[in-house]
Design a protein around this ligand. Sequence first.
Ligand code: OAD
Length: 242
Amino acid sequence: MSLNQYKRIVVLTGAGVSAESGINTFRDKNGLWEKYRLEDVATLAGYKKDPTLVHDFYNKRRSDFCSEDIEPNAAHYALAELEKEFNGEFLLVTQNIDDLHEQAGSKNVIHMHGELLKARCPNTNQVITWMNDMDINDLCHCCQYPSNLRPHIVWFGEMPLGLDIIYHHLSQADLFIAIGTSGTVYPAAGFVEEAKSVGAYSIEVNLEGSEIQSHFDKIQLGKATEIVPRLVSALLPTKSLA
Ligand code: OAD
């Protein structure tokens, strides 16, 4: 397998790619959805019912992300290298709300479920950088109206971001790689079928087979920090990242 045979790559990442950087996944043992009810903290209805609970949930996660212990890992760096060395079109779609891909050097990244280090005004959709705690008294930068700001996160029932661009790339992809995602949340879980429908070769990298493993041409089980550098090295034969 060499990069020369591919012209358009789409990579989808999920919580598993950041797990070895110290960020909790959602559905593994001790995952976030064992400790919190998704309906309480990741829906608009939950936010309307108890905005302080929701802010507390994301404030804790935001301060974790900003701690010095959380850094990109070998999988993030390998993907940044792949993008740098690849001559064709490359799109990295992540379901993650951390910025570890960007910290590792990835450029063409779509955060389809939003970004935790940003805030959004629901009235104007203006998005601003937000590194600190947020609460219901924070003034919105554009409206100057308290309780109007929210984390720039896509909650369940809301439309993921960047779908037009993502589907455009999927409709032309010849290689699709999914890394560290359980394949339980749509539309991301359907991307492999979309790519396969136009003939793309598909690879899954995960600790264990995902819900959608049967759709992939090749499955590589193991830790993202071990498998992804090996995979990228195979795609970039002149470099050795593994
Ligand atoms: P999940 O927690 O559902 O799945 C993480 C996957 O990563 C699991 O299949 C694990 O086996 C795998 N994994 C864990 N550690 C790994 C490692 N070191 N190397 C490789 N794989 C590993 O997370 P997502 O699939 O990302 O959405 O979840 C999708 C969405 O559901 C999230 O974006 C979030 C969540 O609810 C919203 O909040 C909108």
